[in-house]
Ligand binder design. Structure first.
Ligand code: S3P
Length: 447
């Protein structure tokens, strides 16, 4: 896939780190929560101040889009100040909304736009333009809105929203917080009760933040462990300040690096520990990782804590499919850990990885294989035969396919491997983890 943006390609070669990783690393703000903070603050009445916002490319696209829709959004020092327009009061954007690399921005915003009486046009970069939108356009059009997409329901698309949206009742066919959120956000400006059922619980930041902004959101359990979420529109959001915790999905990279580089000990303050996001930490512990939580607390309505991780000899693991939603973005770096662990790992139920920023299942297999790991796919499962250490690993060129998480996973691989790992382009890391290379250098990574 070609990068058609003007950003230069940034290749990198990463060699086995000569020294342990040590010290404190401040991981940037949570991407999921940052998108939601900007969107909900723009729909709120009054002024919201957000601290800890992720200033990555993906989130900056959301800020631009919400500005184009009429919200006033300004950065003042390390705070973001948002004066919202109120639900139902968004303006028609004068130009195409470009959501860059961000599926979350495109899908959540589709929900909001579907129930506003405006026509808008949305596009993204080559990666986003290849990703499926039918998962949101199909259910959302049930509210009276209309979507015109390219063949295969891909971006660019036109969205003809309605000011008289019907409330939706929808059972998620895929475990996707993006789809759930799109339906709930559409429901804010629909008259009556919106109901979403999810057979497997996915991240609940939208529900939590809607409550934070004063919208009554009810969450019930199904007999089979799923959830039913309801809200009644039209809803009024009242501006309230938001504190964004550090992103556990970004913390994953230094955590796995410190687990693999011998003698390491690092601390990551204020990491989000929402139980629907912590599947990787549980899995790493099952592999023998030494990962402790200190100062567990609630901040801005979300559980957070300081993570302390020390290097350890890891062993293989069997990860059940129903854990996938709680660590969906962490499989590439988990697969790296499994390649260095002793014994066989089986990561089950990875079908959703095929439709991420890249086909992450294929790209993760390629990352491992080109660097000497023994890996195969059986159905939707990935099976990795660990080497029990760095020997025989490395030496490959990783194609990152416009995918930030593949680039960071490849760097972590290189820090621990016997032979250097070449990464074709690290530029996309800025979408979710600006400053990654510098922050890793701050804990002793020689990049
Ligand atoms: C996200 C949900 C996940 C995740 C993405 C962020 C969100 O996608 O992969 O990085 O913020 O809701 P899906 O909901 O499509 O699984």
């Amino acid at each position: 896939m070609q990068n058609h943006s003007s950003s230069p390609v940034l290749p990198l070669t990463v060699s086995r780190n000569p020294a342990p990783l040590a010290g404190t690393i401040r991981v940037p703000g949570d991407k999921s929560i940052s998108h939601r903070a900007l969107m909900l603050a723009s729909l709120a009445e009054g002024r919201t101040v957000v601290t800890g916002l992720l200033e990555g490319e993906d989130v900056l696209r959301t800020a631009d889009a919400m500005r184009a829709l009429g919200a006033r959004i300004a950065r003042e020092g390390d705070r973001w100040v948002i004066d919202g327009s109120g639900v139902g009061a968004l303006q028609e954007p004068e130009d195409v909304l470009d959501m860059g690399n961000s599926g979350t921005a495109a899908r959540l915003l589709s929900g909001i736009l579907s129930s506003h009486a405006i026509t808008s046009f949305m596009t993204g970069d080559a990666s986003l333009r290849s990703r499926p939108m039918r998962r949101v356009t199909q259910p959302l059009s049930g509210n009276g809105s209309c979507f015109a997409t390219r063949k295969g329901e891909k971006l660019p698309m036109a969205i003809i929203g309605t000011g008289e949206a019907a409330p939706l009742t929808y059972c998620l066919p895929v475990a996707s917080a993006q789809v759930k959120s799109a339906i709930l956000l559409a429901g804010l400006n629909a008259r009556g009760r919106t109901r979403v059922e999810e057979p497997v619980a996915t991240r609940d930041h939208t529900e939590n933040m809607l409550r934070h902004f004063g919208v009554p959101v009810e969450v019930g359990r199904t007999d089979t462990g799923g959830r039913v979420i309801t809200l009644t529109g039209p809803a009024k959001l009242t501006a309230r300040d938001v504190v964004v915790p550090a992103d556990p999905s970004s913390a994953a990279f230094p955590i796995v690096a410190a687990s693999l580089v011998p003698g390491s000990e690092i601390r990551l303050p204020g990491v989000g520990l929402n139980p629907l996001r912590t599947g990787l930490f549980q899995t790493l512990r099952e592999m023998g990782a030494v990962l402790d939580i200190e100062n567990a607390r609630i901040e801005g309505g979300e559980p957070v804590g300081d993570i302390v991780v020390r290097s350890a000899a890891l062993h293989g693991v069997d990860v059940p499919a129903d854990r996938a939603p709680s660590m969906i973005d962490e499989y590439p770096v988990l697969a790296v850990a499994c390649a260095f662990a002793s014994g066989v790992s089986r990561l089950r139920g990875l079908d959703e990885l095929r439709v991420k920023e890249s086909d992450r299942l294929a790209a993760t297999v390629a990352l491992l294989r080109v660097n000497g790991a023994v890996v195969r796919v059986e159905g939707d499962d990935m099976i990795i035969e660990g080497r029990g250490g760095p020997s025989g690993l490395g030496g490959g060129l990783v194609e990152t396919k416009m995918d930030h998480r593949l680039a960071m996973s490849a760097i972590v691989f290189g820090l621990a491997a016997e032979s250097p790992v070449r990464v074709d382009d690290t530029g996309f890391i800025n979408t979710s983890f600006p400053g990654f290379v510098g922050l890793m250098a701050g804990i002793g990574a020689e990049l």
